[in-house]
Design a protein around this ligand. Sequence first.
Ligand code: UT7
Length: 323
Amino acid sequence: MIRSVVRGFGAHLPDRIMKNSDLEGVVETSDEWIVQRTGIRQRHIAGEGETTASLGEMAARQALERANMTPADIDLIICATSTPDNTFPATAVNIQNRLGMHHGAAFDLQAVCSGFIFAVTTADSYIKSGLAKRVLVIGAETFSRILDWNDRTTCVLFGDGAGAIVLEAAEGEGTTADRGVLTAHLRSDGAHRDKLYVDGGPSTTGTVGHLRMQGREVFKHAVGMITDVIEAAYAATGIGSEDIDWFVPHQANRRIIDASARKLGIDDSKVVVTVDHHGNTSAASIPLALAEAASDGRIKQGDLVLLEAMGGGFTWGSVLLRW
Ligand code: UT7
């Protein structure tokens, strides 16, 4: 059976750091409120000349280097983003061009905060069907550019950054002992579209728009949706929380992460948390967290890693993989 195995990972955050205390001068808020409600202490903000593609390119280069590959080895680039450089062409083709890659295919995938989960699942399908052998999967965002900096209920929550992995086709036994993606579960329900959205777009207002969110409503649905797709992953594989080595959730809010882990019975010591130092980076948050935990030696080859995300749409999903 063909499996999609992680061969490399990369991450890139802009140099500029905005601490909670810096936001106290922008909107009526406090470090205490932000830390208590979200666990966020600081976020990175893209500077002049930095774009989603430039952040994505840096993460992609690192992932390729760690995989011991060059762009010539890649046949598909998928970039998960909700903050593309332009309405079109896709940010993925900008990254492809920046990498000096002029073969294969590149496209963007839009599932907001669940984008990386959707992109890994799509890459896995391309690999399993034989349509691609090596896929560069990127999550890259510049949410600072779509925030309303007068709205304290949203502007304190998000940040910019990019993460990437390289997935390669490898022969497996078809058991859960295989390395690679073991199972993936995607969901969406557009009935919730107005709980987290951007109030502009090319076909409606002709503007880029700003992020709008009913935070409490999102919070209310998050834990149930997350645990639902994780239980689907458990049911498909016979794996349970006790088998998981690392839980790498979408980094939106510390309270959602803790409540999900508690409900699933995953021990705190197995949860990778990075939201404190880069806020919610939407599609970039999972590959950023993966890169941090893999580069500091926590995630090791053979470890069972559980990924999940939930975000605008709503969209939500899980990926269970052996590193
Ligand atoms: O990736 C998925 C995307 N999003 C999420 O996962 C976010 C999900 N939601 C959340 O994380 C939380 O709902 C928030 C962090 C957004 C808000 O936390 P909350 O505990 O649900 O607060 P709340 O919205 O119920 O607001 C409580 C109070 C309100 O004041 P009143 O009406 O009680 O007087 C807000 O106006 O906190 C106020 N408030 C703030 N105060 C200081 C809202 N934002 C701020 C702020 N600083 N930045």
